[in-house]
Design a protein around this ligand. Structure first.
Ligand SMILES: [Zn+2]
Ligand SMILES: [Zn+2]
Length: 245
């Protein structure tokens, strides 16, 4: 994380530059009271593989996008309101080191910094911004978050029936509720999860039964499956070809 600017004029100038880097397709970022806390490249775990993304931490939002030209041009802008963010550290595993989860009601994913110092800087700054926002608004921290998707590569067979092998014709799908990689027959049902979409989304048979059972006593995956999805999670936002899965 670099370029922390205390001076407010320099800060709004810098925010203007960031806004310009996203071009006309991006949202306006310069608003009164907004401060750019830090920025840097993080590796975002996507459905197929980890990808470099440029991140900007403001005092109220987290913005990221694809890098077209380093420090000059970004696209596919995503804006996450920090008020709804919770973060969790991810233990190092193999090449994936210095990671943490960014969890929100609409989407959740893992990111990785280049060094342990960078990771703790990012996590500390994000936590501080979220805490400041919540204390200002008097709101409680976000309790609900979207499932973090298990990467395709983690599953060679369906994680629900444990029978169906994935092949080019027997394709992988993701349950929107638990994030598991499942086969078609195990995920024929759709269910309305309003925080994720205005339309019903694909859920696995297990989650469908939980969601529709009387009383709605659904246990989130983090409780019932522990650490399994934790190291290796992702979301799907920049793999448009997979968006129907
Ligand atoms: Zn299956
Ligand atoms: Zn499920």
């Amino acid at each position: 994380m670099v370029d922390r600017l205390a001076n407010s004029e320099a800060n709004s100038k810098r925010i203007g530059v960031v806004e310009g880097c996203f071009g006309a397709a991006g949202q306006p970022l310069v608003i009164p009271g907004r401060v750019l806390i830090g920025e840097g490249v993080l590796t975002k775990l996507c459905r197929k593989k980890p990808k470099a993304r440029q991140f900007f931490l403001f005092n109220d939002i987290l913005v990221y996008g694809n890098i077209v030209i380093q420090k000059k041009k970004y696209n596919k802008q995503h804006i996450i309101p920090l008020e709804s963010v919770t973060i969790d550290t991810v233990p190092d595993e193999g090449d994936l080191r210095n990671g943490w989860l960014i969890k929100t009601p609409t989407k959740s994913f893992a990111v990785y910094a280049a060094t342990a110092t960078e990771k703790s800087e990012w996590m500390n700054h994000i936590a501080k911004c979220v805490a400041d926002l919540l204390s200002k608004s008097g709101k409680a921290p976000s309790g609900e978050h979207a499932a973090v998707w298990i990467p395709d590569s983690e599953a060679t067979v369906c994680m629900r029936c444990l029978k169906v092998k994935f092949t080019p014709v027997s394709r992988r799908h993701h349950c929107r509720k638990c994030g598991f990689v499942v086969c078609g027959p195990c995920s024929e049902k759709k269910y309305l999860l309003p925080s994720q979409s205005s339309k019903p989304v694909r859920v696995c048979e297990f989650c469908f039964v939980q969601l529709t059972s009387a009383g709605g006593g659904y246990a989130p995956r983090s409780d019932s499956f522990g650490r399994q999805g934790f190291n290796s999670n992702l979301s799907d936002d920049d793999d448009e070809d997979d968006s129907s899965d």
